[in-house]
Ligand binder design. Structure first.
Ligand code: AMP
Length: 621
């Protein structure tokens, strides 16, 4: 599920309160606030003027935990106890990440009882939520020190493609760090806010946010719509990207280039030498952003590279990002000319060749005046300011990527909130019981587009209990799905006659990747015909079973009013219907339902008439 709706008109926050904006990144994190004096957002810096806090955590043997730049030094000296890239594990199961576990130098644990991954450090187990909360705590403390006040409220950004589980995990990490997370905001939306987009425009505007960081690439196509009287809407039209593409690839390409140039092989290099080369390569890359040549003399060799050679090395990576941009445009059903504004995010967009290639692709100048490392955090601070009630008329909007519904009789999916519904939203439907005196009703919540729940993804299950004894069909059970501004689903079931109520907040155990989501949609199209046929059969079976149950009860209750032929005949028809219950042919089931109906209709009507005249007796009209 994607982000968000923000309705500041309902904001009941006190103005003097500081609400921070946090960019909780894969490689680096930052914290920012709105500077009341200048009216601009600013990143909070440490004593050495660094705003960036590397998202790295080190656990020393004596129990000391460090976060940030000092932890980064341990990546080489103590990789087993130095945790990086935690964001990649948020809301993920071991199965999700098994394929790229080699990427992590630390121990990831497959824990069957809890399907979310755990990380083992010494003999303790940490969830990605625990670890992220350590980064958030560090940021919070840093801000408290600089601002000299307590910080309790925050806006945290996440990638636009983050699903429910990942958003909820981020929210939980905030809670653990002692932060009330007021909003989870999409990173591209935050970047647009940092550029003041959405504040000044009159009409709708289409924005491409190109985010190339150290290890990940994201492209998001957003639309801002100015709605008369109700503020601006930010909508995510599409997202695309590559979770393993970024500046680190540029560094590796340079290292490889030098290895080949000096006729070396990987195995000839010690781990320290390799690490040294990698650091040198990153230096070279950064140098080439402002110079045309890089040279470094070490005691053994000279390492040099020109900007042209560097461009030749990174061209394939840049082309890959452009292919993603094309796909994102296609998914949003837009042409490249439709994009009116291009925003650059991420340290790697400092490479002039990246910037120029993107400007050339979109055929327009790019927005790159805000520091690409800080732009997301700064936008989060703008968002925080909106929530504090200082900026009026901003509304952010998003949609549900997959349908949400519950399992009904026969394992059918009953959609309550269809996909592509704008959130926040609420929708409900009434159900009833199928058995006399039924006191419990199981409510299983699913996500997906297929007709049978077994082909969709189960999000949660709960029971509505203590339904007062009533004949089948009498209880009125209302099930309401509510998706809040952060895309978190709440399900409430109420028996309306008695007021018995249960509710749950749905926190999926682990999320879906973009590919899985696309796969689920594709499947639903591919199987549409067979799903429809299956639904028809299941519905016929459910109807037949209901009919059998009703008839059995009817005969039992009214045996004294029926003659033997009627009872025996009904029994025969019931047996015949039972014998086709498992049939794959819905028409056959319907035929038997119909003939049972035909047979019982005359005496059912007779009894009905009797009941009515009985009831009328003694009543004055
Ligand atoms: P981010 O994940 O957004 O913090 O981006 C970090 C990436 O940006 C790393 O790969 C850095 O090497 C890269 N980077 C930082 N500064 C520069 C620069 N001046 N030129 C090119 N790449 C840079």
């Amino acid at each position: 599920m994607a982000q968000i709706s923000i309705n500041i008109k309902e904001g009941s926050l006190k103005k003097e309160e500081v609400i921070v904006g946090i960019d909780l990144g894969t490689t680096n994190s930052l914290i920012a606030i709105m500077d009341a004096a200048t009216g601009n957002p600013k990143a909070i810096r440490d004593a050495e003027a660094y705003a960036i806090v590397p998202s790295i955590i080190h656990f020393a043997a004596d129990g000391t935990v460090t976060v940030g730049r000092s932890a980064r030094e341990h990546l080489i000296t103590d990789p087993e106890h130095t945790i990086f890239s935690v964001k990649r594990l948020m809301g993920k199961s071991y199965k999700d990440i098994a394929a790229y576990q080699h990427h992590f130098g630390y121990k990831i644990i497959d824990d069957d009882t809890e399907r979310l991954v755990k990380i083992k450090v010494y003999d303790k187990f940490y969830s990605p939520i625990d670890l992220s909360s350590l980064i958030l705590k560090e940021l919070k403390q840093r801000a408290e020190k600089v601002l000299n006040c307590k910080i309790n409220k925050a806006v945290i950004t996440v990638p636009a493609y983050f699903n429910d589980a990942q958003r909820q995990a981020t929210r939980d990490a905030g809670k653990l760090a002692g932060l009330d997370v007021l909003r989870i905001v999409n990173e591209p939306t935050a970047a647009s806010l940092a550029y003041g987009l959405g504040n000044t425009i009159q009409d709708s505007k289409t924005i491409a946010v190109y985010d190339l960081g150290g290890g990940t690439f994201d492209i998001s196509i957003l639309r801002i719509t100015s709605a008369e009287g109700s503020g601006d809407f930010f909508e995510v039209l599409s997202t695309n990207g590559d979770t393993f593409l970024g500046g680190d690839d540029f560094d590796r390409a340079i290292v490889q280039h030098w290895i080949e140039e000096h006729g070396l092989t990987e195995s000839q290099l010690s781990a320290t030498e390799r690490q040294h080369l990698r650091v040198l390569a990153e230096q070279a890359k950064k140098h080439l952003s402002t110079h045309t040549h890089f040279t470094e003399q070490t005691d053994k060799r000279t390492y040099s590279i020109s900007r042209e050679s560097f461009i030749a090395l990174i061209q394939p990576f840049v082309e890959k990002t452009i292919a993603c941009c094309k796909q994102a445009l296609k998914d949003a059903q837009l042409q490249v000319e439709d994009v009116e504004t291009v925003v650059l995010v991420g340290g790697s967009t400092r490479t002039p060749f990246v910037r120029d290639s993107i400007a050339a692709f979109f055929g327009r100048p790019v927005h790159d005046t805000v520091d690409p490392d800080e732009v997301v955090a700064l936008g989060a601070a703008v968002q925080a300011d909106i929530l504090a009630g200082n900026q009026k008329d901003m509304l952010l909007l998003d949609i549900t990527p997959l349908s949400l519904g519950i399992e009904t009789m026969g394992g059918l999916m009953d959609v309550i909130i269809p996909r592509n519904t704008k959130i926040p939203t609420a929708a409900g439907r009434q159900y009833t019981t199928s058995i006399d005196g039924q006191s419990k009703l199981k409510i299983a919540v699913y996500q997906g587009e297929r007709d049978l729940v077994r082909d969709n993804r189960k999000l949660a299950e709960f029971e509505l209990t203590n339904i007062p004894g009533m004949p089948a069909g009498l209880p009125k059970i209302e099930i309401v799905f509510q998706i809040d501004a952060d895309g978190i689903l709440k399900v409430r079931a109420t028996e309306l006659r008695s007021g018995v109520e249960q509710h749950i907040e749905v926190k999926p155990q682990y999320g879906l990747t973009e590919e899985e989501m696309a796969g689920m949609l594709l499947d639903s199209i591919k199987h549409a015909k067979e799903d429809m046929a299956m639904r028809a059969i299941v519905e016929a079976r459910v109807e037949a079973q209901n009919m059998i149950d009703t008839c059995e009860r009817f005969i039992e209750k009214n045996s004294r009013m029926l003659n033997e032929t009627e009872i025996a005949g009904t029994r025969n028809h019931l047996d015949a219907l039972r014998s086709v219950l498992a049939s794959e042919n819905k028409d056959e089931i319907h035929q038997h339902i119909e003939s049972l109906n035909e047979f019982t209709r005359p005496f059912a009507e007779r009894l009905m008439d009797m009941a009515i005249s009985q009831a009328m007796k003694g009543k004055k009209l």
